[in-house]
Structure formats: structure tokens, C-alpha cells
Design a protein around this ligand. Structure first.
Ligand code: SAM
Length: 274
């Protein structure tokens, strides 16, 4: 999969993709990242990319011509012209659809994702109208530019590109994982779950030493009973989701066993707060 970033700050990305999974994905040729300096498409003496807003008001707005030319250089026509199969053009914007794992999964199936980074007050709206398939936000807060958001989108999507994560199915078993994954056992033979995370948060993880700062790892994790471990992990997922993100439970895929566990957890919580 190829990512293209259109930005006035290409230097922002130096180093950011040179770590961990994204670096390995690039090295293995599964992911490629192109960074395109918007100023190279501004032809006046000062390479001007912004101008004052029509109608007055604070700040500056990114001009449409350099962005249109940058997209044209990537072979991207307007939405009404040209074939865009396999490519999606996204405008990073606080006003966009909020990024979540299900959107990242959808984007990971594309051949090419083009990310237009705004700055100042934003991008001339005609770019959105003519070229962008959607606006995407990384959360309900305002960043000073789209670059950080583009990096977040790439990090989130790249690890879901087929073949990028070591264990193909592992993204299904982390927080927000899909419900339809089928994996009976982890590498060490421990069953993770009968189905994917189903939209719940992940369970807590522990590693050596078995005792740290007076705290021992939960005994169930060292007793070798795989069914108990699976059940304990599922219960922890339900507990954490109920505590930190109860909204996720509404859309979660829950088995009969999950519902029983949840019922017991809620009863226990009620007893404690009474
Ligand atoms: N005037 C805009 C508004 O009120 O929505 C804010 C512009 S912001 C200062 C500049 C740029 O940062 C935006 O054009 C966008 O590209 C990026 N940006 C800001 N917040 C973002 C968010 N939550 N998600 C994605 N991009 C964001």
C-alpha cells in the first residue's frame, strides 16, 4: 500500500516512520510513503501557499492552486474526472469523521491513500469539494496542522496492511479488534478467545518478573490451565471496557458466556457501591 502526504512541512516527517512496525513494513516493501512539499507547487518568488480568508476574520487559509497541482502531479484528477479506483484522497480536518479502528481496517484495503495536511485556518473548501473523498479527524480537539494526524493515520493503517504484523490475526485480538477472527490458540498454545476482541478493550498483559514491587502476576496466568486463562482474559476485557469505555459495550459482539460474565461483574460493582 502506498501513502502520499501533501504538506507544507515535509521535514516534520523525518524520522517519524523510521521505527518499529512502519519501518519494517517499508523495508519489506509492503508499505511506501511519499512526502510532497506543497511549496514546490507554488510558483511565485516566495512560494506562497496561503492567503487571507474571503469575508475577513482571523488567520490564513491554504490556497487551492498549489494543492490541486500537487494532487495532479500524483495523477489525481477531480472526483468527477478520472478513475480513482483503489485510491482515496483524505483531507485531515477537525471537522471530519472520527478515525476509529473499523475505518483504519477499511483504509488498509486500499492501494493508495492520499493525505492532505491543512495548516492555519485550514484548506480552501474547494479542494475538499473537488478532490477529497472524505474529511478525517483523529479526535475532538484542534491540532495546529494535519501532519501529526497524517502520521497517526499512517501508523494505524500501515500495521493493518496484510502481511505487516507478524501474526496475521493479532490485530483482531487487541483493543477494538473485529469479532469475526478465528484463531484457536496463540503460539504458546494458550487460547486467546473464541472469537476476536469483538470491539472490546484489550485485557491486561504481564511479563517477568512474576513479582514486581510487591505485586504478583495474577495466579491464573501461571497455573497452565488454558481455559481458565481464556476466561480470565475475557472477563478482564469486559471489566476494563465497562469501567473505561462503557459506550463500546453497545456495539460489541458478546457471546452467551460474555453476557453471564458481564452480569456478574455488574452485580459485583453494584454491591461494592451500595
Ligand atoms: N479552523 C479549523 C477548525 O476550527 O476546524 C482548525 C484548523 S487547524 C488549526 C489546522 C489544520 O490542522 C486543519 O486544517 C487540519 O488539517 C489539522 N487538524 C486540526 N485538528 C485536527 C484533527 N482533530 N484531526 C485531523 N486534523 C486536524
Amino acid at each position: 500500500m502506498r501513502f502520499e502526504i501533501v504538506t507544507i512541512f515535509p521535514g516534520f516527517f523525518s524520522g517519524i516512520f523510521e521505527h518499529g512496525i512502519v519501518r519494517r513494513a517499508v523495508a519489506a516493501g509492503r508499505v511506501a510513503i511519499g512526502i510532497h512539499d506543497l511549496r514546490a507547487f507554488a510558483h511565485d518568488r516566495h512560494h506562497t501557499v496561503d492567503d487571507r480568508p474571503f469575508g475577513g476574520g482571523e488567520g490564513m487559509v491554504l490556497k487551492p492552486e498549489p494543492i490541486a497541482e500537487a494532487l495532479g502531479s500524483l495523477g489525481i484528477a477531480t472526483k468527477t474526472e478520472g478513475n480513482r479506483q483503489g485510491t482515496r484522497v483524505i483531507l485531515l480536518s477537525a471537522q471530519g469523521r472520527r478515525l476509529q479502528q473499523s475505518i483504519a481496517r477499511e483504509l488498509a484495503s486500499l492501494d493508495r491513500l492520499v493525505l492532505v495536511c491543512g495548516r492555519y485556518e485550514g484548506v480552501d473548501e474547494r479542494i475538499n469539494e473537488l478532490y477529497c473523498d472524505e474529511e478525517l479527524s483523529i479526535g475532538d480537539y484542534v491540532l495546529s496542522g494535519g501532519e501529526l494526524a497524517a502520521a497517526v493515520v499512517i501508523d494505524t493503517v500501515a500495521r493493518l496492511v496484510p502481511g505487516v504484523l507478524g501474526n496475521e490475526a493479532s490485530s483482531e485480538f487487541e483493543s477494538f479488534g473485529a469479532a469475526d477472527a478465528e484463531i484457536a490458540a496463540d503460539r504458546d498454545g494458550v487460547p486467546r478467545s473464541q472469537h476476536g476482541a469483538g470491539g472490546l478493550l484489550d485485557y491486561p498483559h504481564y511479563t517477568r518478573p512474576a513479582e514486581f514491587a510487591g505485586l504478583r502476576v495474577p495466579a491464573v496466568l501461571v497455573n497452565g490451565d488454558h481455559q481458565q486463562i481464556r476466561r480470565w482474559r475475557r472477563e478482564q476485557q469486559l471489566r476494563k471496557t465497562l469501567r473505561n469505555r462503557p459506550d463500546l459495550l453497545e456495539g460489541a459482539t458478546l457471546s452467551g458466556e460474555d453476557r453471564e460474565l458481564l452480569y456478574a461483574i455488574r452485580a459485583e460493582e453494584q454491591k461494592r457501591t451500595r
